[in-house]
Design a protein around this ligand. Structure first.
Ligand SMILES: Nc1ncnc2c1ncn2[C@@H]1O[C@H](COP(=O)(O)OP(=O)(O)OP(=O)(O)O)[C@@H](O)[C@H]1O
Length: 208
């Protein structure tokens, strides 16, 4: 369970943002909605352990993430949260298999080769495992970033605007992949989006 309570964030020379409390139960799927500038990216960064709030608590399975020493927090974050960014941010000099495996090493975990292969297979990427990021299409790269986000069996999978640059058919596919992969991997899912097409697919909504 993820619990978000009494969070505020004041930027220097910027607004003070306050966020409604939010409980995300295990395996629930949510949309994070809000107008441009309402604080979606800020909240995702706070939940992901990347931006310390000025007040309030984020608890993941009972652990207050900002109470951890920095090194423990990095590790905890790498093991508990998988993030699919708008752009994949893969390492160009590593092949697809190694890009995914790297996420385990960075989180202080042993590489589980058969899990890497299982994820690649379930995302239709097995035959691309030895290719480099430059050799894949945008849609394939996005699926690689979903595999990378899931490799450590996170409790929470976060996707930030995953469909904003996609046509209807590809947007449908990505939402199906995210919802199915989150369910199949027993992760909760949060999709931040403006996209009305996504609203028909995920019923729970947290609105900023
Ligand atoms: N580093 C910063 N310094 C000052 N103000 C900031 C900073 N980052 C964000 N803000 C402000 O905080 C508010 C929330 O920004 P945020 O990026 O979280 O919104 P958002 O809902 O993700 O927007 P969008 O949908 O346009 O990406 C905005 O008013 C923004 O200008």
């Amino acid at each position: 369970m993820i619990s978000i309570q009494s969070i505020t964030k004041k930027y220097n020379h910027g607004p003070t943002l306050t966020f409604p409390d939010w409980i995300i139960q295990d395996e629930e799927q949510w949309l994070l909605l809000g107008a441009s500038g309402s604080g979606k990216s800020t909240l995702l960064n706070i939940i992901s352990g990347l931006l310390k709030p000025d007040s309030g608590e984020i608890k993941i399975n009972g652990t207050d993430i900002y109470s951890l020493p920095l090194k423990d927090m990095d590790r905890f974050r790498g093991q508990s949260i998988g993030i699919v960014f708008q752009k994949p941010h893969l390492i160009k000099s590593l092949d697809i298999f190694d890009n995914i495996a790297l996420a385990s090493s960075l989180a202080g975990l042993k590489i589980n080769k058969s899990r890497v292969m299982t994820l690649l297979e379930s995302l239709g990427l097995a035959e691309k495992r030895k290719n480099f990021p430059d050799e894949l299409s945008q849609g394939q790269l996005q699926r690689v970033s979903i595999a990378r986000a899931l490799i450590n069996n996170p409790s929470l999978l976060i996707a930030d605007e995953p469909t904003s640059s996609l046509d209807d058919e590809n947007a449908e596919n990505v939402i199906s992949i995210l919802t199915e992969q989150a369910a199949g991997n027993h992760a909760s899912l949060v999709i931040a989006t403006h996209d009305k097409r996504v609203r028909n697919r995920v019923s729970k909504e947290y609105l900023l």
